[in-house]
Design a protein around this ligand. Structure first.
Ligand code: 26Q
Length: 803
């Protein structure tokens, strides 16, 4: 097996790769070229291990996990792979000795941003854990040419730019044309009998080639290597006009255009469904290619599809890959010749579904007409599943209302969540509260039919990346106090830090680490955007996608209230407070974009008011992304997790902040509830309605205008929104939205939120007590490691062994 044991070997390997791929010397190379050379060196280390891992899986006839997701938000890989392969120090030294600044080489890598937010980043964290736990697993998605857009702020407003990542980011991809699959769209169905068997074929369909671009995934302290398989779309035939007659020519052009657009771009909507035909094509494209390739490999090894479910489990990340269900049925029946019942039994036992949202607008409902024309055979199979399910529901409930609610096809729409719930062997939510809401509310009646298949697996994050790799100061402290690097494989060992909760020296050191991280983040922000952050101020951070349910606007309302208090009483005691925001808005989400503009208007106002100098600051961090989060988390002191209770399925940013010692101000929503269970009320700042209170108040009639009329502080804040700030932009529209409807109950939670913010400010005044709470947050964050979550999937859903 290829190995690199010292700096000298590493330098030689880098030189060789530079020569091979660029024909240049170290002296001639720039950072980008060196980055590619380093990627090639690490890929070579992984390649042997990957082959060995695959051989072992084959020889032991082990059950394999296939994780299907429309998104994998991988971020950068160089540091991560070097870390997992145990060569990060060697690589850093070698780069420096070759005359490079290692940091510049790492910085040259673009994020592989093939995802929107939580769901995509979760998939990336789970790939790391599955590999580290020695689980034979493969991730599948699309090799989008453009990832999530790059965000720029121009005159306070979001502008979207294309994220052309593949030029350099492609250094990690291995293209495997020999494993190409063909996916068919459209056409018409024809049936015929042949030796007593009914055959279904689709004629005149448009073929699109799916070409694998594989990314190797190294685990930590293991030789096991898994693969992330990203499918690229290609047209089967080159466009050669001279070959075609008139009619064929147009068809060929259309086919070509279809193939070329499928893998073009990631849809930038997060927690919002849009019934675009291209999105459906993307889903079927990657699902069909994936399932064909999995079944093909299975039959190659085992000779028959009948034991497919014993050797394979398909995990689907939300409903986006739900077409696996009819596609597996189709492959088993039409390609492998199984009967409906045979195909059904295998399919049902192979697929498991994770739900990530209860927001009505995020549930996928595809128009029947679109499905019929684009995927005629898939439509037929879904119709049959739907009929059989409906009969089961009727037999059980004899209730037309339930029949309507639980239907898979209804009102000209195909409801993907109901399809998954009807078919899958397991359905799970992503936090205890969210899973309860699924069982009690969204999937209540299906749950009553088969309660044992509704499970919870609380999310987790890759603590090796999100703590150890990005926060070396804290990592060193943990190693000193909690048994060296043991916590990297055993995250619950972080608990050992608790012994030092009363140790002044340790608490002081923790404070110094945070201070140094803040200074380093401030330098970075200064360097990249020109904005000066005051490191003496508390760093109070809300970083996540912009969505009304996440209530960035509530944060803004409080800041305006604080600003008005300062204007009323310029001599008031106010500890320096810096509010940081990072958020992308979906390009078509007008309200979200207005909120971004508002944050920038407010930042500008406060920045230009001498009253606020060194006391109050607001900054909007442009282009929030994985690599920026990696710099931000270690520098954060307050973590804003303030969604309306019942709306945030779990949250994962909350866990990353906690691991890095930030204290949470939050509602009892998603995984915050479980954070509260380990921290107690005394180590976080809770506020706001509980999920059941939200429901009750909505039922009984909620009237935000009354709060506006009665609450003077709130009244003034809302009036200021209407008036706007020094840039002359009025936010009357946002004010009206709050007064008329206030769907996410900002006004209701406003007072309680302001009170919690006051408790934060008071607590911060006592540095020792603050550092103690911070230490306890780090110490108790171990259960939010992805290793724990993946082990639960392995034990309770996949039934596969692990380390
Ligand atoms: C669907 C159809 C058409 C176009 C886009 C979409 C789409 C895309 C992305 C729908 C939803 C998403 C993303 C959802 C998401 O990120 N959900 C988050 O998942 C996290 C991981 O479980 C949770 O922690 C968050 O609470 C949840 O909001």
């Amino acid at each position: 097996m290829t190995a690199i044991d010292n700096v000298k070997e590493m330098k030689k390997a880098l030189r060789d790769k530079l020569k091979l791929s660029y024909g240049c010397t170290v002296e001639e190379a720039n950072e980008a070229q060196m980055l590619r050379a380093a990627a090639l060196v690490l890929r070579e280390l992984m390649a042997d291990r990957e082959i060995a891992s695959k051989r072992k899986t084959r020889e032991t006839r082990a059950r394999q996990v296939h994780y299907l997701s429309m998104e994998f938000l991988m971020g950068r890989s160089l540091m991560k792979n070097a870390y997992n392969l145990g060569v990060s120090d060697l690589l850093t030294k070698a780069l420096e000795e070759l005359g490079f600044r290692a940091a510049d080489v790492f910085e040259a890598e673009p994020d592989a941003a093939l995802g929107n937010g939580g769901l995509g980043r979760l998939a990336a964290c789970y790939l790391d854990s599955m590999t580290t736990l020695d689980i034979p697993a493969t991730g599948y998605s699309i090799c989008y040419e453009l990832g999530i857009f790059r965000q720029r702020i121009v005159d306070g407003q979001q502008v979207e730019l294309p994220d052309d990542w593949k030029e350099l980011g492609g250094a990690w991809l291995v293209i495997k044309p020999q494993e190409t699959e063909t996916v068919y769209f459209g056409g018409t169905l024809r049936r015929f009998w042949d030796s007593d068997q009914l055959h279904v074929v689709c004629e005149g369909a448009t073929p699109v080639l799916a070409v694998p671009c594989d990314m190797e995934i190294a685990g930590y302290q293991t030789n096991h290597v898994n693969t992330l398989r990203l499918w690229d779309a290609k047209s089967p035939a080159p466009l050669d006009m001279s070959l075609f007659s008139q009619g064929e020519y147009l068809r060929a052009v259309e086919q070509h255009a279809m193939a070329e657009t499928i893998a073009k771009v990631l849809y930038p909507e997060d927690n919002h469904y849009e019934g675009k035909s291209l999105r459906l094509k993307q889903q079927y494209f990657f699902v069909s290619a994936t399932m064909q390739s999995i079944v093909r490999k299975h039959i190659e090894q085992y000779g028959s599809p009948l034991d497919f479910h014993e050797k394979n489990v398909i995990q689907i990340n939300d409903t986006h890959p739900a077409l696996v269900i009819p596609e597996l049925m189709r492959i088993f029946m039409d390609d492998a010749g199984l009967s409906w019942d045979e195909a059904w039994n295998i399919t049902r036992r192979s697929v498991a579904y994770t739900n990530h949202t209860v927001l009505a607008e995020a549930l996928e409902r595809w128009p029947q007409a679109l499905m019929q024309t684009l995927l005629p055979r898939i439509w037929e199979i879904i119709s049959e599943i739907s009929h059989r399910w409906q009969k089961q529901v009727e037999d059980r409930y004899h209730d037309p209302r339930k029949t309507a609610e639980m239907a898979i096809i209804w009102d000209g729409q195909v409801r993907m969540a109901n399809l998954c719930v009807a078919v899958c062997m397991a359905v799970n939510g992503v936090s205890a509260l969210h899973s309860d809401i699924l069982r009690r509310d969204l999937f209540r009646d299906a749950c009553a039919m088969e309660p044992s298949k509704f499970l919870n697996v609380t999310n987790g994050v890759d603590h090796r990346r999100w703590l150890s790799e990005i926060n070396p100061g804290l990592d060193a402290l943990i190693r000193d106090l909690a048994g060296g690097d043991r916590y990297l494989m055993h995250p619950l060992e972080l608990k050992k830090l608790e012994r030092y909760a009363a140790d002044d020296a340790v608490l002081a050191r923790l404070g110094e680490i945070k201070r140094a991280n803040k200074e380093s983040f401030a330098r970075y922000v200064k360097h990249t955007s020109g904005v000066s952050l005051n490191p003496d101020a508390i760093f109070d951070v809300q970083a996540k996608r912009l969505h009304e349910y996440k209530r960035q606007l509530l944060n803004v309302l409080h800041i305006i209230a604080l600003y008005q208090r300062l204007q009323d009483d310029p001599n008031m005691e106010l500890r320096p407070h810096t509010f940081l925001f990072g958020a992308k808005a979906a390009p078509g989400y007008a309200v979200a974009k207005r909120i971004i503009r508002l944050i920038n208007s407010l930042a500008d106002q406060i920045d230009n008011d001498p009253l606020c100098r060194d006391r109050l600051q607001v900054a909007f961090l442009e282009n929030y992304r994985v690599s920026l989060a990696e710099r931000l988390m270690p520098a954060s002191e307050v973590s804003q997790q303030i969604s309306l209770a019942g709306k945030e399925a779990s949250g994962t940013g909350n866990m990353k902040f906690m691991m890095n010692g930030a204290l949470t101000i939050g509602t009892l929503d998603g995984a915050n509830v479980e954070m509260n269970e380990v921290l107690g009320d005394e180590n976080m700042f809770l506020f706001g309605l509980h999920a059941d209170e939200v429901e009750r108040m909505k039922r009984e009639g909620y009237m935000p205008q009354k709060l506006y009329a009665r609450n003077e502080t709130l009244h003034r804040v809302i009036d200021r929104l209407k008036l706007g700030f020094r840039d002359g932009v009025s936010y009357e529209d946002l004010a009206q939205r709050l007064l008329i409807d206030d769907e996410y109950m900002l006004l209701q939670d406003f007072d309680s939120y302001c009170a919690a913010e006051r408790r934060v400010a008071e607590a911060y005044a006592d540095a020792r007590a603050w550092n103690r709470m911070s230490l306890l947050n780090v110490a108790r964050s171990g259960i939010f490691a992805a290793d724990r979550a993946v082990a639960e999937y392995a034990d309770n859903i996949w039934h596969v062994p692990h380390r």
